[in-house]
Design a protein around this ligand. Structure first.
Ligand SMILES: O=C(O)CCC(=O)C1=CC=C[C@@H](O)[C@@H]1C(=O)O
Ligand SMILES: [Mg+2]
Length: 323
């Protein structure tokens, strides 16, 4: 006997969360719950505006199709929509006990500009200290100064930087020029500095600052391979697809000597805790990039361990479909 429930949620975001060209006022998505033989599996399907190619309505239609076929006992197929493939694969993996419970709740704290906030968080961080700083939004010189300031103040800190392809080669070089040469090796990676992959490769080779692929990983012509100056790939499962697909990318990265970093697409606490479990299982040596819960005003159904945010329970959600 199989049963399914599909819910829709809409959680308020903190003011001022901007994704590329759009303010994100609420985080909207779907939760699926599969039941079989008294066991349950949950999954979150929440396409990220400006990043996912599918809309929430498209994801809902695809999810309904998938659920219809699963509940009538058909072989589960993998949806072509990454958010749907990710959420349904999580629900199935929980149901079959394939997603281990142990989670890696470490997260690389995100800094969107104010280094003072970061000092306090890093001071309290046990073990390896890694933070992520967004760059490319202001002057490259300012970005360079913040990087120097942080690395100078905290000698055991490593930084991940993310430019989201915002720089020309000249701007990227402007940034590199301001980073003290002795600090460059403590930049674990800079995600996608330049507008094109070739420019980013050149930047890495010429400046000695390691880069990571993020946006590129989701492009059709991308191949995971060892390249000079490339240290990691970033995997955002909601944008990439099923657990199996992510697992395969992670294996390819490890085989090529690259780090793989599981990272958030601003999922709710339900999806984020599952990402923390995937990270403990598949990338135990890499601190995952999951510091996005505080961008929201509420958690959903499951609690992230140290969060004080209120919890929205499942009975307050709209049911889309139940069978
Ligand atoms: O990678 C992390 O540490 C956190 C997630 C993160 O930085 C992002 C998530 C989703 C969209 C972007 O705003 C941003 C990114 O570009 O990597
Ligand atoms: Mg990125």
């Amino acid at each position: 006997m199989r049963k399914v429930e599909l819910y829709r949620f809409s959680l308020p975001m903190e003011a001022g969360v901007i994704l590329r060209n759009q303010r994100l006022k609420t985080r909207d998505g779907l939760l699926v719950c599969l039941t079989q033989d008294g066991k349950q599996g949950w999954g979150e399907i929440s396409p990220l505006p400006e990043f996912s190619h599918e809309t929430l309505d498209e994801a809902e239609e695809a999810t309904l199709g998938w659920l219809h076929s699963w509940v009538t006992g058909d072989q589960a197929f993998e949806s072509a929509l990454p958010s749907v493939a990710f959420g349904t694969s999580c629900a199935l993996a929980e149901l079959d006990g394939r997603l281990p419970e142990t989670a890696d709740y470490r997260k690389a704290p995100l800094c969107n500009g104010d280094p003072d906030e970061l000092f306090a968080v890093l001071g309290a961080m046990p073990g390896e200290k890694v933070a992520k700083v967004k760059v490319g939004m202001y002057e490259a010189v300012r970005d360079g100064m913040i990087v120097n300031l942080l690395l100078e103040a905290i000698p055991d800190l490593k930084l991940r930087l993310d430019a989201n392809r915002s720089w020309t080669r000249a701007k990227a070089d402007g940034f590199a020029k301001y980073v003290m040469p002795e600090f460059r090796s403590r930049i674990e990676f800079l995600e996608e500095p330049c507008k094109t992959r070739d420019e980013s490769r050149e930047f890495a080779r010429e400046t000695g600052i390691a880069i990571a692929w993020d946006e590129s990983v989701r492009e059709a012509d991308f191949i995971v391979q060892a390249e000079p100056g490339v240290s990691a790939i970033v995997i955002k499962p909601t944008l990439v697809g099923s657990i199996q697909r992510c697992h395969s990318l992670i294996q390819q990265a490890h085989n090529a000597g690259l780090k793989a970093v599981i990272s958030s697409s601003i999922e709710t606490s339900l999806g984020l805790t599952q990402l923390a479990r995937m990270a403990a299982w598949l990338t135990p040596d890499a601190i995952p990039g999951l510091d996005t819960l505080s961008l929201m005003q509420s958690q959903l159904v499951r609690q992230w361990p140290d969060s004080d945010l209120p919890l929205t329970e499942v009975d307050s959600l709209d049911v889309v479909w139940r069978r």
